[in-house]
Ligand binder design. Structure first.
Ligand SMILES: *Cc1c(COP(=O)(O)O)cnc(C)c1O
Length: 392
């Protein structure tokens, strides 16, 4: 007996074509897709035609998010990876090979610096570290075989600013490309590709997602550097989770609002801390006392960032008392970019490999605290900090 059409279970594709008008984006957890015929499958898997076959090579939630990020950054291409670190690995694995030389900022995020100095070097790639705020030092560390220069828009936790346009010019003059880790700035404050960077990287885990519930990275680039990125991503398994892309797509829709509010709060908090007698130093690019205030004013638009680093009088014991007093209101979390204000103690977490001299070279002590400012009312953040300072 022939089955009636309505008894047949509709295929997901039939349902999704009807649901295409949903205002919120759908989520596609599928790892594999039906292929029309061998020719189409071949085209999709080799990246020559549009469509999906296997989610390690691409999936709709990654493409939706990558496209939005690509436009925000004014880049030719963008891809989502499973973390910020995997975006960094992808840039290196797709662009550098044995015999090449890289110049990287010595103030990079701790794990990035670890990646370059202890792991990338295992592949026969030479790595020099340099202060990327010192353009003369960068110029003299470049060699004919230098393939890539790596810097951060805003460094952690001393919040030094690297001059992206100047670094791009220096790198390009020696035939190298510039990769900028823009995590502390976000595309809301800085778009390095428009300043001639070739690659830009974001830890989407931080401000772009902004809700501390997804781990994801972004790599954007120009057409000139993109050739090997997608095949490298597939073969090293640096792809992304559909669910985390879906969550971060939602996070991204409020990023500009969150970053704007957090930057206003951060400036207010930095000014407040600068007045306190318990505090011996405040680092924030929005303060005129910051060594890169002028460059920050030119290079960042719409704010000076959401991170404030300050140092308490009384070294580590003072930091421990402060962290304890702030426990319920400003939690100690070894990350940044959440909707609420959190703090971190660099000496015991992100910079635990540094001795006192290393810390002091960054202008830090055991009494230094890094605040990641959230979107609460600035009054409530300051009253929480005030209460914790009162406990010292
Ligand atoms: C967190 C962070 C990374 C690494 O990102 P993950 O998503 O944690 O892998 C890289 N660079 C900077 C500046 C970061 O803050």
């Amino acid at each position: 007996m022939p089955r009636k059409a309505e008894d047949e279970c509709p295929r997901p594709a039939q349902i999704s074509s009807l649901a295409m008008e949903s205002l919120a984006p759908p989520i596609f957890p599928a790892t594999v897709y039906r292929c029309e015929d061998p020719e189409t499958a071949e085209g999709i898997l080799s990246g020559n035609s549009e469509g999906y076959a296997y989610s390690r090579d691409g999936h709709p939630n990654a493409d939706m998010l990558a496209n939005k990020c690509r436009r925000l950054h004014g880049a030719d291409h963008a891809t989502m990876t499973n973390s910020g670190m995997s975006a960094m690995a992808l840039a290196v694995l797709s662009h550098a090979r044995a015999g090449d030389h890289l110049v990287v900022s010595r103030m990079l995020y701790g794990q990035s610096l670890n990646l370059f100095t202890n792991y990338v070097t295992q592949f026969g790639i030479r790595v020099s570290t340099v202060d990327t705020c010192d353009l003369d030092a960068v110029r003299s560390s470049l060699e004919d075989g230098t393939k890539m220069v790596v810097a951060e828009t805003i460094s952690n936790p001393s919040l030094r600013i690297s001059d992206i346009a100047a670094l791009a010019e220096l790198a390009h003059a020696r035939g190298a490309v510039l990769l900028v880790d823009n995590t502390f700035a976000t595309p809301a404050l800085c778009r390095p590709i428009e300043m001639d960077a070739d690659f830009v990287l974001e830890s989407v885990t931080k401000m772009i997602n902004g809700h501390s519930d997804a781990m994801l990275g972004l790599l954007c680039g120009t057409s000139a550097v993109w050739d090997r990125v997608r095949p490298t991503q597939s073969v090293w398994g640096l792809s992304s989770s559909p669910f985390d892309c879906w969550l971060s797509y939602r996070g991204l829709s409020t990023m500009a609002l969150r970053v704007e509010k957090a930057c206003c709060n951060a400036l207010a908090v930095a000014s407040f801390l600068a007045e306190r007698s318990e505090v011996i130093d405040v680092k924030y690019p929005g303060l005129e006392s910051h060594p890169d205030h002028k460059l920050a004013s030119e290079q960042l638009t719409g704010g000076f960032g959401t991170i404030v680093t300050f140092t308490l009088r009384g070294d580590r014991p003072a930091a421990e008392r402060f962290i304890d007093a702030a426990r319920e209101t400003v939690p100690f979390c070894p990350s940044l970019g959440e909707v609420s204000t959190t703090l971190l103690h660099p000496q015991s977490t992100s910079h635990r490999q540094l001795d006192a001299a290393g810390l002091s070279a960054l202008g830090l002590t055991g009494g230094s605290i890094r605040l990641s400012i959230g979107v609460e009312s600035s009054r409530s953040i300051m009253s929480d900090l005030d209460a914790a300072l009162a406990g010292l």
